[in-house]
Structure formats: structure tokens, C-alpha cells
Design a protein around this ligand. Structure first.
Ligand code: PMP
Length: 500
């Protein structure tokens, strides 16, 4: 079967129909792969880098894996040298028990298609994740059989749709570790979540001279909304700078905190550097000054378990489409007392208690902050995605991704002239790099010709790139369904392009 791919090419579609296999999640337990399966994590020698010299199997020295911390308040005037020599970390010869990447891959139809005549290697998970068939089916089910609005109407389909919708809210509460469904507000995505807090909480709580600390690693969606409200309230944005390896400068952070600090905006995982800051400690510090903390979990939730109660986060945001769910749906978590004190941001249906020309009263949270008809099919898809994830062994998935990330960092370092941006310990698999003498956009285009999807540009994190003296870079970003073979395909293609 062939379909146009929207890029002017004809692509062969692989298994678009759901393959008749057991699912990696849900009722079917992940299959153990006794003593075998280098398919998920072969030794480096067996990884097959094509014509590329095979890396030795010795592990990367720790000193190379994570660049040494440099001076404070560092802004890269001189480019950081990529490690001159590094060998791929030897991945474990068996996958961590409880996580079977091949079973997971079977649930994602798009992983089995071709692009430009090559099997798709999807390394653009930072932009959006692929969807398992369970999510596709849940959305199709809503539109084909379950269409109804929610929270109104006495008929059966309204009740059913409402049940699915509220189960989606429960699934989000479970994902984030809160017992209180009232603390889960449905929004369009992380961007809308931050705008909601800025426009509602910010307008009510920020005043002249107040300070908002924003890390230099933030996505624009956790910076620009603060700039907008700061300009209106005559408050001030103060950046928390980065260290050379991409960590947030904790000394600078402590110096910046003060009685004027009203809010700290922090990423839980940087989409460009991969850095996972110590958000629990940073939150505890902010609270000592009475400041609130908003954590952007867009890149975190799909990679590792999150517990907003343990973090003591005041606000936490994520987007469904980066956690295997549809676009257009996301979640804002807020502590009950904060959400209850927030004035409505948008007005309309669903968010009121009673309306008259003399007095309008509002519904309790979360509905007060959810004006208008929500993305009902999106919530059905989100529910399916979160149930899917809950059916996996998340600790094993996280361990697998960590090993794959270490492997990828070391493998990329074998490419001549490659400079990896962001080498903080414990980073997620957001692998942003430059290759000497190559334009990032052109490089991404050349990789696309080989079926390898990566992103190039500023990644909506211009201050983060500027901290490294850059405006643009290539990013390969991993998800739990990626494999050593995906990484090898990328690295082999980069070697080949460099040798031309
Ligand atoms: N924060 C981070 C860290 C992101 O990676 C992204 C998306 N790239 C966003 C926020 C914005 O997410 P959305 O566009 O889904 O609102």
C-alpha cells in the first residue's frame, strides 16, 4: 500500500493495521526474554554500525560521559570541545527485566512504516511522541460510537462520555501522584497551562518590583507567558544561568532568591539540553522565601515517574502529545488552595454555577478553570495513553531509556567534529548537537532522506542555545520505544555524511 507522505514523496506504509500480537501494556504482562535478546540492547561490538569503524566495547570513562562543571555564570564565549574520543558504553546484554521494548514497539503502528524508502527511525520524540494503537482506537471509538458532550444532558451517551472524561482526569491524577482530582485542570497543553497560571495567578499575585526566576533552560512556553504578565504587572524576570554541562547553576539560584521572589519557573527536563534539575530541592528553597514554583513537565512525564506531592510542586504542567496521547490536550496540576484562590481566566460555559445580569457565580475547581467544551476525544486518548503507560513497568522503562541515552551519547561522540550540547548527569535522551562544517537544517534534511527523523532549529529554547553561543542545532530525542539499532542508524548516517 502506498500513500503520499505530504512531503512530495511516495511512502510505503507498513503495518498500519494493528498487528495481531499481545500488547506490551494492560492485561498482557510484558514478556520476559530469558537470557537473550540483544535485540533491545546488543553489545557494542554487535551493534552493526555499517561501514563505520566498530567502537571498542569498553565503557566510556565517567569523566568523558559528563563534562566537568565549569565556572559559575558561564556563558560560552568559546565553544565547548566535544570529547575527542569516546567509545559507546557497553549496553547490558539483556534488557532490564519487566521491560520488553520489542513488545512495546508492536503497539506503535507508525514505527513500522517507511519514509523515503527506508524504515522510519523516529528520533523526534521531543517534538511529539508516536501513539500506540490503544490511543488511536480510543479516539476512533469516541468519534465513531461514543460522541457526546460531557457534564450535561441526561442521556446515556452523555453519561458515558462524562465517565471516560473523568476517568481521564483520574488517570492524570494517578500519573502525577495526587489523590485530589480537583487539582487536575484540562488545558490544551503545557503552553496553555503556563498561560493560565500567568494570567490568573500571576495577575492576582504579582506587583511592581516582584521577581520571577526563570531558568535559562526553559522552553519559550515557560518564559514568554511570564514576560507578558511581568510587563503588565511591572514585575521583573531574572534568569537562572546554566553551567557548561547544562546544569542549572545552584549557587546563582540561591543568590537570586529573595524576599521579592514570587514565582520560580523550572523545567523538569530540558527539551534541548536534556537536563533534569533537582526540582525538589529547588522547590524547597523557593518555599523558604514564600515563592511558588511552577514545573514544566512536558519532557519529563514520558521518561520517568513524577510525584507532585513528593516534589511539593505548586503547579505542574504537561502536554498529552508528548506522552503518547493526542495533540490539543494537556494538564495543569495546581495545589487545591492555589487553584481555589485563582480568579477565572476565561469565561463561558461549564465554568459557572449560576449566571444573571446582576451576579454570576462560578463552579468549583477544576471546572471553574475549564471554560467551554473541552477536548473530549483528546481526553479519551489521554486516558488510554496513561492506562497504557501504567501497564508498563515504569522503573524498568526508565532504566532502559537511561542506558540507551548513555549509549547514544557515547556513540555520537565517535562522529568526527560532533559537539554535544548538554551533558548533565542523569539527563534524558534529548541529544542536541552540531557537526562541524554542517548546517543543522541541511543535516536534518540529509538524515530525513535516510528515513531518520530528527529536529533542527532553535527548539523553542533560544536562551538555552544562546547560553552555548548558538542559534540552531540538531536534536535527536529518544523515547522508550527507541532501540540501539535506531541510535546506530543515526550514528552510521552521520559518519557517512561526514565522510562525503
Ligand atoms: N515545555 C517543554 C520543555 C517542551 O518541550 C514543550 C514542547 N516542545 C513545551 C513546553 C510546549 O508544549 P506544547 O507546545 O505542547 O504546549
Amino acid at each position: 500500500m502506498t500513500t503520499p507522505d505530504g512531503l512530495g514523496h511516495t511512502v510505503r506504509v507498513g503495518q498500519l493495521a494493528a498487528p495481531p500480537v499481545e500488547s506490551a501494556a494492560g492485561a498482557a504482562a510484558p514478556r520476559a526474554v530469558p537470557g537473550a535478546a540483544p535485540s533491545t540492547a546488543p553489545t557494542a561490538g554487535a551493534s552493526g554500525l555499517g561501514g563505520v569503524p566498530q567502537p571498542p566495547s569498553s565503557p566510556v570513562p565517567a569523566a568523558l560521559a559528563h563534562a566537568a562543571a565549569g565556572p559559575r555564570y558561564w556563558l560560552a564565549q568559546q565553544p565547548v570541545e566535544a570529547p575527542a574520543v569516546a567509545a559507546p558504553t557497553t549496553p547490558p546484554s539483556t534488557p532490564p527485566s519487566g521491560f520488553n521494548v520489542e513488545a512495546v514497539r508492536r503497539d506503535f503502528p507508525q514505527l513500522h512504516r517507511e519514509v523515503n524508502g527506508r524504515p522510519l527511525v523516529w528520533l523526534d520524540n521531543g517534538a511529539t511522541t508516536l501513539k500506540p494503537r490503544q490511543v488511536v482506537e480510543a479516539v476512533a471509538e469516541h468519534y465513531s460510537m461514543g460522541t457526546s458532550n460531557v457534564h450535561r444532558g441526561a442521556h446515556s451517551l452523555a453519561k458515558q462520555a462524562t465517565q471516560v472524561y473523568e476517568e481521564g482526569r483520574q488517570a492524570a491524577a494517578d500519573l502525577l501522584g495526587t489523590q485530589d482530582q480537583g487539582e487536575i485542570v484540562f488545558v490544551r497543553g503545557t503552553t496553555e497551562a503556563v498561560n493560565l497560571v500567568a494570567q490568573s495567578w500571576g495577575r492576582a499575585n504579582l506587583g511592581v518590583g516582584d521577581e520571577i526566576l526563570v531558568s535559562a533552560a526553559e522552553h519559550h512556553s515557560n518564559l514568554v507567558p511570564w514576560q507578558l504578565i511581568a510587563a503588565e504587572r511591572r514585575a521583573r524576570i531574572r534568569p537562572i544561568p546554566l553551567l557548561p554541562d547544562g546544569q542549572l547553576d545552584q549557587d546563582a539560584y540561591r543568590d537570586l532568591l529573595g524576599s521579592r521572589t514570587k514565582l520560580v519557573a523550572l523545567t523538569h527536563a530540558s527539551n534541548v539540553l536534556g537536563t533534569v534539575p533537582p526540582v525538589a530541592e529547588m522547590t524547597a528553597l523557593a518555599h523558604r522565601y514564600g515563592a511558588k514554583v511552577l514545573i514544566d513537565g512536558a519532557q519529563a512525564v514520558s521518561h520517568f515517574p513524577v510525584d507532585v506531592t513528593a516534589l511539593d510542586a505548586d503547579f505542574y504542567a504537561f502536554s498529552g502529545h508528548k506522552i503518547f496521547a493526542p495533540t490539543g490536550i494537556g494538564v495543569l496540576f495546581g495545589k487545591r488552595e492555589l487553584l481555589e484562590a485563582m480568579p477565572p481566566w476565561q469565561g463561558g460555559g461549564n465554568m459557572i454555577d449560576s449566571v444573571s445580569f446582576t451576579e454570576t457565580t462560578y463552579a468549583p475547581i477544576p471546572h471553574r478553570l475549564e471554560a467551554g467544551t473541552g477536548h473530549i476525544a483528546g481526553v479519551a486518548g489521554l486516558r488510554a495513553a496513561l492506562h497504557y503507560l501504567a501497564g508498563l513497568d515504569r522503573a524498568a522503562a526508565t532504566a532502559y531509556e537511561e542506558q540507551l541515552t548513555n549509549y547514544a551519547m557515547a556513540a555520537l561522540a565517535t562522529v568526527p567534529g560532533l559537539r554535544l550540547i548538554g551533558q548533565a548527569p542523569g539527563k534524558i535522551g534529548a541529544l542536541t548537537f552540531l557537526v562541524a562544517g554542517t548546517d543543522p537544517i541541511a543535516l536534518a534534511g540529509a538524515l530525513d532522506q535516510q528515513g531518520i527523523a530528527v529536529r533542527a532549529g532553535h527548539h523553542c529554547a533560544q536562551p538555552a542555545l544562546a547560553s552555548f553561543g548558538l542559534q540552531s542545532a540538531v536534536r535527536a530525542s529518544l523515547a522508550l520505544y527507541n532501540t540501539v539499532q535506531d541510535v546506530d542508524a543515526l550514528v552510521a548516517a552521520l559518519h557517512e555524511l561526514q565522510s562525503q
